[in-house]
Design a protein around this ligand. Sequence first.
Ligand code: 5AD
Ligand code: SF4
Length: 450
Amino acid sequence: MHMKFHITTFGCQMNVHDSQWLTRALESRGWEETGEDDAQVYILNTCSVRDKPEQKVYSELGRVAAHCKRDESVFAAVGGCVAQQVGRGFFERFPFVRLVFGSDGIAGAPNALERIAAGSDERVALLDFVTLYEERERPETPAAPDNTRQAFVNIMQGCDNFCAYCIVPYTRGRQKSRTPDAILDECRSLVDNGVREITLLGQNVNSFGLDKGGTGVSFAQLLRAVAAIPGLDRLRFTTSHPKDIAGEVIRAFGELENLCPSLHLPMQAGSDRVLKAMRRKYDMKRYLEIVDGLKAARPDISLTTDLIVGFPGETEEDFKETLRMVELVGFESSFSFKYSDRPGVAAVNMEPKVPAEEAAERLLRLQTLQNNITRKCLKNLVGVETDAFIEGLSRMQEGDALSWKGRDPAGRIVNVSVAESGDLVGRMVPVRIVEAKKHSLVGERTGEPW
Ligand code: 5AD
Ligand code: SF4
């Protein structure tokens, strides 16, 4: 039974990658991805890290309900973090939901979808946590179907950290590392098939191998092995926990040529008191040491971060420490959020809660500061010569030449106009940065695409 499916993804890069994998696994069974209006199967890959993305899931389910009413054979599947939490509860509330799967259950999702589509009237829940990483089938279809020649590779799943605010250990289970052989094998085969950029993914990549699935290979060793694959032009990894980043990984930024000069290093707060309450297990002295080490290894490194304002007990003084640290480190950009209570996490019972208006006001102040820093960082790049790795056409087109959207090695968006026609997706265009916009750069082509 070849079905038309539509997949909607919320949340982090792990979810984006999970959805890409599921899409390819279904395509290799002859299924076809389609628009929202004519799908026979709706798949929602969900996120519950904060209240907002979770609410989006329910409004999206309302829309799916309308589609499922069209025809009784149309059905939905809910995967990801909200699915793991609510589980079979979805079956009771939404009669058209026929499959729920968590991140550990995703490996079995394609076969379950096939069975349901073939007419089995069962409702399937794939919610068991596993203790070892379960290898997923590797679909034959191209890794980067849109020809971007960029790919994500999972190196682990789950998280053992139990930060006081975070639901992830409950929704994605304990940390389980994939074997280095499986990771390297996948990376090599991607590069053999034309991939030029790989992003290694995990909730906390720096503790790679430090679980039951470990084989004694550290993250630093894995990084070296992947970087050594001939033909790999760019290597990235995310996400890092400051408490686990090894000196060897910091030094790698100065040693591995294809390791991109950017790091997302979630700081969460700038006050040691708040960091302690958050159970982050580092203080600002340690965080700043890491930053110094990174800047020494790679002076042009671009640092980005995640920040939470209004964590229970955060005072105005604590918050000012966050502002001070953001300025001191000079993060090029950051994701910042108001603390939101998540079911079952330790911070739910922490007091006093910061009033919503106060948290909103702090968020605004933080984001204003960040915008100023971002602007300065981007301005400083005018005149720099670099390569833009082209992902597609820019949203804004003007004049006769086509404008392309690419990324510099640090991952910044660089738009560049190229007079000749011809598809540049997946190619590097040498550029000189000529202008800084609010969140992107404009480059002028200086050489032949490669
Ligand atoms: N409230 C607000 N932000 C949160 N994050 C995680 N849990 C919460 C929460 N309960 C943020 C953190 C994390 C990012 C993915 O989401 O900053 O790094
Ligand atoms: Fe959202 Fe976290 Fe789950 Fe990713 S792991 S989808 S950020 S809750």
